[in-house]
Write a protein that binds this ligand. Structure first.
Ligand code: TYD
Ligand code: MG
Length: 457
């Protein structure tokens, strides 16, 4: 006999619940906020509450006496992934890997599963998206150990959990959360209610069994499908797999991590036989090393805990008619607007009449202001059509007055630059580091002083 649980529709804004779905919540007036969920048991009468109080669930223990076994980390077999996870996979944790379709999520996780199987751990890969033969084709590309992974092509959550409970894997991969469903809910796979329910059940399974669970989640450009955003607060760790589909390397970024620091990145290259860690990301993001063309400048960013050299490319061209275009790839368009205003006002660069295109090489996203100076230098170099000095690096934040500010961890950035063959570093004079190893420091107060030195205006 199967007892069907009752489901209700709860407003994700105000929490009001309804027996039927509706487009608008009558309680708070918000549209499209009703999400299906399994109704909590309402039979907790007073007597039930009393008996519960009489049987203590778990006795408190001093934290120091809790066994650490669950927190031991296993290597994923991919150095870059271990790095992003904060030192390896934590048993009993749930990791969500988000990314656009085709970016390489299934490939990455099949590689992790292969490495786990090779190490003799019980590994279960649930493919709810692709059939067995399709997964086999991928596995053949990845090498022999991928063929050892136990595969299950299944979409029903209850079946998956039943199999997992019996097989007691050390590693469970769910590919993907949008294509599995719980039969307790009526909604179609992929809707917010289903995705949330499936994820919390998997989370409970992971905590109870100590099995590490990886979940794939798709994000679409439009953001229309219920995706990783809904899940971020349920799971332990959220990784995003990014990259330009047309380029062969990918950046894995942690945006939430209960067992490590966030903002770490791992860099991979997609090869004919799977993903390969890139040991030295700087070489990748530097283009041809800031050679002799105008409009390129190199900066040193801190990505997570490591410095990375990145090339910025700028092109300023005479605008056609109408409003000049501003196209920013890899930097915040508002930051670009601000920098352009500072350039125009504080150094007299006539950028307001020009079309401006700025590109961060390698599809990396520039999120810290330490790259300001490189963007400004690249733009000025393009406007004057004068290349910047060879093997130079630009590190500094720009203030609204055109002043060049010091940045955090300057020494580490400079050390990375020196290691990659840069010979001169342009920085702000205030708070400039005293020594820079083999690098020659060229410190300036503001943009005008810097441009005077660079372009002999
Ligand atoms: P996939 O892992 O299926 O992406 P996702 O699960 O995120 O949708 O792989 C995406 C692309 O990677 C696909 O276009 C084929 C390519 N690929 C390689 O270039 N080399 C390989 O070894 C494999 C397995 C895939
Ligand atoms: Mg896939």
């Amino acid at each position: 006999m199967t007892v069907r649980t009752r489901t209700i529709y709860r407003c994700s804004e105000c929490g009001a619940d309804y027996p039927k779905w509706g487009g608008r919540c009558d309680a708070c007036g918000e549209w499209n906020t009703l999400v299906e969920e399994v109704e909590a048991k309402t039979t907790s009468s007073r007597s039930a509450a009393r008996t519960r109080r009489e049987t203590p669930a778990a006795a408190p223990v001093p934290i120091g006496e809790i066994a650490l076994s669950r927190a031991t980390r296993l290597s994923s077999g991919l150095r870059e992934l271990d790095y992003v996870l904060g030192g390896g996979i934590v048993g009993g944790s749930v990791v969500l890997i988000g990314g656009e379709p085709g970016i390489g999520k299934s490939t990455l996780l099949l590689q992790v599963a292969a490495s786990s199987a090779r190490a003799g751990r019980r590994t279960l890969y649930v493919s709810a998206e692709e059939s067995g033969p399709q997964v086999r084709l991928r596995a053949e590309r990845l090498g022999e150990s991928a063929l050892l992974v136990e595969l299950m092509a299944e979409t029903a959550l209850e079946e998956i959990l039943a199999t997992a409970t019996q097989a007691t894997p050390d590693l469970l991969v769910i590919d993907s959360i949008q294509t599995i469903y719980s039969s307790e809910l009526e909604g179609a796979p992929g809707n917010v209610g289903q995705v949330r329910e499936c994820a919390s059940r998997l989370m409970r399974y992971a905590k109870e069994s100590g099995c590490a669970v990886f979940i794939v989640g798709h994000v679409t450009k439009g953001g229309g499908v219920a995706g990783p955003k809904t899940l971020e607060h349920i799971v332990d760790t959220v990784l995003y797999f990014e990259g330009d589909g047309s380029l062969d390397f990918r950046v894995l970024r942690a945006t939430k991590n209960r067992f490590g620091s966030v903002d770490e990145i791992g860099v991979f290259r997609m090869t004919a036989s799977g993903l390969e860690g890139v040991e030295n990301p700087s070489a990748l993001f530097m283009g041809d090393g800031g050679a002799s063309s105008s409009g390129t400048a190199v900066t040193a960013l801190i990505e997570g805990s490591r410095p990375v050299l990145v090339e910025i490319q700028a092109l300023a061209a005479k605008a056609g008619y109408g409003t000049p275009q501003r196209v920013a790839n890899g930097i915040d368009p508002r930051r670009l607007a601000l920098l352009l205003a500072v350039l125009e006002k504080r150094s007299g660069l006539p950028v307001s009449q020009l079309d401006v295109f700025v590109n961060v090489a390698g599809g990396l996203r520039l999120s810290e202001p330490a790259g300001d100076l490189a963007i400004a230098a690249a733009l000025a170099s393009s406007v004057f059509d004068v290349p910047l000095p060879r093997a130079s690096v630009f590190i500094g934040e720009l203030g609204l007055g055109g002043e060049i500010r010091a940045v955090s961890q300057a020494e580490r950035r400079l050390a990375e630059a020196a290691q990659l063959g840069m010979t001169v570093a342009y920085v702000g004079s205030r708070g400039a580091p005293r020594t820079a190893g083999s690098l020659k420091l060229s410190a300036h107060d503001n943009l005008s002083a810097l441009f005077a030195a660079l372009f002999r205006q």
